[in-house]
Unconditional design. Structure first.
Lengths: 217, 749, 80, 80
């Protein structure tokens, strides 16, 4: 079984949902508290959505100093799959594991609704199982959702078809050059069952689980 | 340290005259002279300042229900599935298979008027604490919010501020806001209403009550540090200062900290799971005074409290301030002495501050110390149980007869297309998406039917159960006839949950009223309670909790009597494909369930929006038809016979059908025999969309339930077409949709 | 003219954000940190050449929109 | 010692809040408003008596936590 750690910071809130959806995608996911520093035996990690440390100061600013983050960086360096969803994406940027940073949505309002994204690069652990050009309906849920990257180093792997928040390059998901670290602003775990309106997120999560499985062997 | 006396002997006879002088302390604290005398009688002496402070907050209208309690006893509160009825922090019902649901509603009207963002935000914080105090994990929130018209800048400021505050707190604390209501009426200009409701889930062995337990039990204060926030907020002390010689302004505005609350939720849930608390009580209005005296009174014990142990945010707070502070995000846990270390360890793991502040004692005295000094010594139960009861004067308002005879009496129908667009553009009817898309309404992956429908449907993971909730209010209707109006709200909410396939199980109510010292307001109140009680009895649904908010008046102008009803329904099993508004498709039939009523437009949105008219007497509800409508709806939803079900409420049939067309992006043609049928809001009626081949089965369901049903149209094309006797009108769906969606955003800019 | 408005939370009003940041700084080893308050400052460019007039106008802006009188105090500095 | 940290958004980064406030001020009739930028200022109390040392420590706090170099520049003022 592929083992995936879902890192929980004080203020995280999507950790249980993420475990649930990773289970549907075929993984054995478990919660990891932010003070734990032993990630041995995990094939990959996910930083879930929420408001780590209340999003005080800036989203992700305080969380990046959590004891677990040193290990997350090490895994990322080793080429293991690391995924940040929403707040997790913000944390990965603050931690320097992904380029860029996040600012408030263009309309200065929190946005919770499904949006459409297009797969533009399948060379990442998140998008590897999706066909290029495929359009997915996935719920967005953020206030500081606009990604900016003055360096232009980020690799955009999902793009909004109708930019809701003012992200640079309409980026909805961004990977590092190697493609093993990915941040995604909409929540694939919220699109993992038809009864909740869409299961388009499963293709992303399944691809991620697959990537974790491959690293293992 | 002095040891507390055992039971004090209080003399009965000593009743001093209130101190002379400009404004005695008790009045500045909001106590009347008579109430002050009662305090003296209870204590057998003049109260110390800290004691007076405690009585003033605990005996405030907000905490004591002194004007409303006698009426609230009228509510039916029992049913086999009720585990905890009114009186605790939240009502609890049994869902079967070891699952319990906790439900509670609260108002935060006055704080929102003072500071909309923090006022509404702290309302969310407070209602969550009421629910996780019971042992339940809060899983969903609803907000019912009412403001003056959006053309006034002040109302826009209050509305947008309150919505942002709810979004900020609810989203960050990690509890989805899955529904609510938004309404705008002139009467809320000086007095916005922000009600919030919370639902929690727990296993039956996780239930905890607000009891202090046995002598020896230790009181542990958990959460945020105590500051001068909201001192006397409950006793309407807003601007009076506690000590005239001090010039510090005492802020009444509480500031919320959703991050602290989130940690507090997780810490408390872990304490319950591990069986580490005997009881627990949140600190809301009246702060420490309430969180010590109430649990002690419930357990029939006393308590010794040490204020110097309280972790504080600012130095130099007086005993009275510590006892009255309404700092947010605090809980008082009652812990077996052997478990204290474990409790402190759990708090530390979740990064929650904790201090041991007291010990339960035999005998019913609450003794409060500041260091060695005894600053208060009162019978714990006297703060809650001996609170005054007022039998306020009642009087039917002189204006009722005039209102009822003041009918609009239109001779000719107004232009149908224009009227429909006018109604869809009314912010109280229009899409609330601008509001609910700012709220996380999907967290926890339970939201099967989210905001934008008649009711919310949540699944209970790990079971086949679904929980449906609807919250409904209508001030205009209740102004025109409080008893009928309130009863109709109960029936509307019940029908809304039935349209999700659920059976009504429990009601919570929030009674927002004007000044209770006016006989007319108390009459409205009594009538409202009667209406709710009658309808709940007829449906066999218990009231498991509620809240009363009085003094919603500005410059002597009272708001409409505005009860809000929250209905919880249970669908077991949950329908596999529950009806939704967006599933109407080309070729489906449109069915109207419900009677052809007398043609009554009194109280309708139509009369108000199109003609600015509020008058006439609204139709009385019919309990038999209500039950039939509910039966039919539940069957249709459960059998999957009707892909779309939608009740007819604000704006009548015309708006209801337009909402289906907008959501499904399809046109319709329908026939009615009288134009008034388009706008009447008579109760117990709903629409269904169904495939033509299911027509016989649908008619059977209606006949079995005992409710008339007729095919009145067909979904097709891109226009909403009304065929009236001698006239045809139409509006294209795209225009209707744009009007409906833009009504609120275009007004708030 | 360049104008800076410093908006500070009134001292009695809780600042959960500041408290959280203070805790984080101490955890990072900055034990000398006693307290932190997170406030806003607003930088405006306003047409005009009379500093007093510009100041008066910005004070009005603060009262109307920029500051929340229930929670905050403000201070306007015209920098020319 | 009292220290103020002014954190200002780098000019190449969008400031939706500033733009919105500017629009709102103009709508309220303050047509003289050219531009608005909304920034953060952080007020700290830090133990210590050497202003230079305190300053150096607060600069480190900014580099580590208080400012995000992708978005922001900062400026530390020790007020004694
Ligand atoms: N303040 C709000 N917060 C969240 N959802 C809201 C709010 N106001 C309205 N809604 C949602 O919009 C939908 C329509 O509301 P409303 O017109 O009051 O419904 P109804 O007339 O059927 O009672 C409901 O699903 C409701 O949950
Ligand atoms: Mg409805």
């Amino acid at each position: 079984m592929t083992r995936i750690g879902v890192i929980t910071f004080p203020g995280s809130n999507c950790e249980h949902d993420t475990v649930h959806a990773l289970g549907l995608a075929g993984a054995d996911a478990e919660l990891v508290w932010h003070r734990d520093t032993d990630l041995a035996g995990l094939d990959g990690v996910v930083l879930p959505g929420g408001f780590a440390h209340g999003d005080y100061l800036r989203p992700g600013a305080i969380a990046r100093f959590s004891p677990v983050m040193g290990e997350v960086a090490r895994l990322a360096d080793e080429g293991r799959p690391v995924l940040g969803v929403c707040n997790g994406f913000q944390i990965l940027c603050e931690a320097g594991l992904l380029p860029g940073a996040h600012i408030a949505n263009r309309d200065l309002a929190f946005i919770c609704r499904p949006v459409e994204v297009e797969v533009v690069d399948t060379g990442s652990v998140l998008t590897r199982a999706a066909e290029p050009g495929r359009r997915l309906r996935i719920p967005l849920n953020s206030y500081e959702g606009a990604w900016v990257d003055p360096t232009g180093e980020g690799r955009v792997v999902l793009r909004y078809t109708d930019d809701p928040n003012g992200s640079q390059d309409q980026a909805a998901a961004v990977a590092n050059q190697e493609g093993n670290v990915v941040g995604v602003m909409p929540h694939p775990e919220r699109a993992s069952e038809p009864i909740l309106g869409s299961d388009d997120g499963l293709v992303l999560l399944s691809g991620f689980v697959e990537a974790c499985r491959e690293v293992k062997v | 340290m002095t040891t507390p006396t055992d039971d004090l002997k209080f003399e009965d006879a000593y009743v001093p005259e209130p101190e002379p002088g400009p404004e005695p302390l008790h009045r500045r604290l909001g106590l009347t002279d008579d109430e002050y005398r009662s305090v003296c009688r209870i204590l057998g002496r003049e109260p110390r300042p800290a004691e007076l402070a405690m009585y003033s907050v605990m005996w405030s209208e907000h905490c004591s229900y002194k004007s409303s309690r006698p009426f609230l006893d009228r509510f039916p509160t029992e049913a086999p599935w009720v585990v905890v009825g009114p009186g605790e922090n939240a009502g609890v019902i049994d869902l079967g298979d070891g699952w319990l649901a906790a439900l509670r509603i609260e108002s935060h009207n006055h704080p929102t008027f003072v500071e909309p963002f923090q006022g509404a935000a702290t309302g969310i914080g407070g209602i969550l604490r009421d629910v996780f105090t019971m042992g339940a994990r809060p899983v969903a929130l609803w907000d019912q919010i009412r403001f003056g018209p959006l053309d006034q800048p002040r109302n826009r400021y209050l509305f947008t501020g309150a919505v942002s505050g709810i979004a900020w707190y609810g989203n960050a604390v990690g509890v989805p806001t899955v529904g609510g209501e938004v309404a705008f009426e002139e009467c809320y200009s000086g007095n916005p209403l922000v009600n919030v409701m919370c639902l929690g889930l727990m296993r039956s062995d996780e239930l905890v009550l607000g009891t202090a337990g046995r002598p020896g039990t230790v009181a542990v204060l958990l959460g945020a540090a105590t500051g001068r926030d909201g001192i006397g907020g409950a006793s309407v002390l807003a601007s009076a200062s506690f000590d005239e010689s001090s010039t510090t302004k005492r802020p009444s505005v509480q500031v919320g900290d959703p991050f602290e609350e989130k940690k507090l939720i997780e810490a408390c849930l872990e304490l319950y799971r591990r069986g580490l608390v005997v009881g627990i009580q949140d600190l809301g209005a009246a702060g420490l005074s309430c969180a010590t005296s109430e649990p002690a009174a419930r357990a029939g014990v006393g308590m010794e409290v040490h204020l110097e142990a309280v972790h504080v945010r600012e130095p130099g707070m007086t005993a009275a301030e510590l006892l009255m502070s309404e700092s947010q995000e605090r809980m008082m846990a009652f812990v077996d002495p052997d478990h204290v270390d474990q409790v402190l360890a759990v708090a530390e793991r979740w990064e929650v501050d904790a201090s041991v502040v007291g010990t339960v004692r035999a005998g019913g005295t609450l003794s409060v110390y500041e260091g060695d000094e005894l600053v208060a010594e009162v019978p714990a139960a006297s703060l809650s149980e001996d609170a005054p009861r007022y039998h306020r004067e009642l009087g039917e308002p002189g204006w009722m007869e005039d209102l009822w005879s003041n009918t609009l009496g239109l001779v000719a129908p107004p232009d149908t297309s224009k009227t429909l667009l006018l109604l869809l553009d009314d912010p109280s009817i229009a899409s609330a998406a601008w509001v609910y898309e700012q709220y996380d309404h999907m967290l926890f992956l339970n939201t099967v039917i989210g905001p934008g429908h008649d009711g919310t449907l949540l699944r209970v993971k790990g079971t086949r159960k679904g929980l449906a909730v609807s919250t409904d209010g209508n001030g205009r209707l209740c102004y025109l006839d409080p008893r009928r109006g309130a009863a109709r709200l109960v029936y509307e909410a019940a029908l809304n949950v039935a349209l999700c396939g659920a059976r009504p199980r429990a009601v919570v109510d929030n009674l927002n009223f004007g000044n209770p010292e006016k006989p007319e307001v108390m009459w409205q109140f009594r009538e409202t309670v009667e209406g709710i009680a009658e309808a709940c009895e007829a449906l066999g649904v218990p009231v498991v909790g509620g809240n009363v908010s009085f003094y919603n008046e500005t410059d002597g102008q009272d708001i409409y009597p505005t009860p809000v009803v929250g209905m919880l329904g249970l669908a077991d099993p949950m329908p596999a494909t529950p009806p939704r508004l967006d599933r109407a498709a080309d070729g489906m039939d449109l069915w109207l369930f419900g009677p052809e009523w007398a043609i009554n437009l009194a109280g309708s949105a139509f009369e108000q929006v199109a003609f600015g008219h509020v008058g006439g007497r609204p139709v009385a509800p019919d309990p038999t038809l209500a039950a039939a409508a509910i039966d039919a709806a539940v069957t249709l939803a459960a059998d999957g016979l009707a892909p779309v079900l939608h009740d007819i409420s604000d704006g009548g049939l015309a708006v209801a059908v337009a909402e289906i067309c907008i959501a499904s992006d399809i046109g319709v043609s329908l026939r009615v025999s009288d134009w008034r049928h388009l706008y009447a809001e008579d109760p117990h009626r709903f629409l269904a969309a169904a495939a033509p081949e299911d027509g016989d089965r649908i008619a059977e369901v209606a006949a079995e339930a005992g409710i008339p049903a007729r095919r009145i149209g067909r979904f097709e094309g891109i226009d909403i077409v009304f065929e009236l006797p001698g006239a045809v009108a139409s509006v294209d769906v795209e225009t209707a949709a744009r009007t409906y969606r833009e009504a609120i955003p275009r007004r708030v800019g | 003219m360049k104008v800076t408005v410093n908006i500070v939370r009134r001292p009695d009003i809780a600042d959960p954000q500041g408290a959280t940041v203070a805790r984080a700084l101490r955890d990072l080893g900055h034990g000398a940190v006693r307290s932190v308050r997170v406030d806003r400052s607003i930088h405006l460019e306003v047409d005009g050449d009379d500093p007093d007039q510009v100041r008066a106008e910005v004070v009005r802006m603060c009262e109307e929109l920029l500051a929340n009188p229930v929670l905050e105090d403000f201070d306007v500095v015209v920098e020319g």
